[in-house]
Design a protein around this ligand. Structure first.
Ligand SMILES: [Mn+2]
Length: 327
């Protein structure tokens, strides 16, 4: 990792004393986002800051036991007098459009996404990191910040989830180095795994079964897309957060190179989650076309005023271009 990133992290901590810092992650937080936000809460508090942790949504079920914490809502937050630290995203529109309206500049940003540009005053951005939690773990240990056992477990969880248990194309030596340091600080990989992989909600499994039933192959079978309608959530009792990870099942099918989950939202938009078998397909570019973004092999979007039928022809065309390395 670039030594400048740790230097910037050191500056963030050295300026923290007496400062009001609101740590904000992207809406519909995943494991990396939860772990980044809550570990930075602890680290900044220890450095003397007055800290809040914001999100548009709640801490998802799977991470609740490890987090032992709840977010304050971005929607009711009054930003006056607060500096914003963005984690696991670089753009306020991914945090909350309502909050973006109320805010001017972002104070600091810690992120690893390919898409999005930040003009934060302090930036700890490493696009080749496996997780934002990986950047935090490496920087915090580098500059000698104290990491509690709870934060170590959370950061380990963030790296494990974003790298799909150290298997994504973004997994690198530093991912293991960060994990090694966290285990040394008391993180327990088995305890984290029991929380993450042996505590699924039955309603999520019911939603998975619906999703698998809708899978459709495009582009000579190389693309696999599945659909979730609003009624599917009512029928199964599943929540929005239960869609997390479903798209990986579509990608796991032999011969599938790009997988997608398209989801109908209440406000008449379509949310897409995309996965590529390799980074070469740059699925972030497909997502960017529909107003989203992400990583080369994992990306997403929310397209307003769309239906599955209006999205699909363009989606298929973009997938074909991507498979031809022509995007
Ligand atoms: Mn992440």
């Amino acid at each position: 990792m670039d030594s400048q990133i740790a230097e910037n992290f050191r500056r963030l901590l050295s300026e923290a004393k007496g400062r009001n810092i609101a740590v904000a992650g992207h809406m519909r937080p995943d494991g990396d986002c939860v772990s980044s936000a809550l570990s930075m809460f602890e680290i900044l508090q220890a450095a003397g800051a007055n800290v809040k942790c914001l999100n548009k949504n709640e801490v998802p079920h799977l991470y609740k036991n490890l987090a032992q914490f709840e977010f304050e809502s971005t929607e009711t937050f009054d930003p006056k007098g607060w500096d914003i630290l963005l984690v696991d995203c670089s753009d306020l529109s991914r945090v909350s459009p309502a909050l973006k309206e109320k805010l001017g500049d972002v104070y600091a940003c810690i992120d690893h996404h390919e898409s999005g540009t930040s003009n934060a005053k302090i930036m700890c951005i490493d696009k080749s990191a496996g997780a934002t939690a990986e950047i935090i773990a490496l920087c915090a240990t580098e500059v000698g910040a104290k990491i509690s056992r709870r934060a170590a477990n959370l950061l380990f969880m963030g790296i494990a989830t974003d790298t799909r248990q150290f298997t994504t194309s973004s997994t690198r030596q530093e991912s293991f180095e960060a994990a090694r340091r966290l285990v040394r600080l008391g993180a327990d990989p088995n305890a984290v795994a029991q929380e993450l992989y042996q505590r699924e909600r039955a309603q999520k499994m019911a939603l998975l079964s619906v999703y698998l039933g809708t899978l459709k192959r495009l582009c000579q079978g190389r693309v696999c897309v599945g659909f979730l309608r609003r009624a599917d959530f009512e029928k199964t009792g599943a929540q929005k957060e239960d869609t997390d990870g479903l798209v990986d099942f579509a990608r796991s099918i032999d011969g599938v190179e790009i997988a997608a989950l398209l989801e109908e939202l209440e406000d008449g938009s379509v949310k897409g989650s995309l996965r590529g078998r390799t980074p070469e397909y740059s699925v972030n570019k497909i997502a960017e076309y529909f107003g989203g973004g992400g990583h080369l092999a994992a990306a997403g979007f929310t397209a307003k005023n769309q239906t599955f039928d209006t999205i699909l022809p363009k989606f298929e065309e973009l997938c074909r271009k991507s498979l031809d390395r022509d995007l």
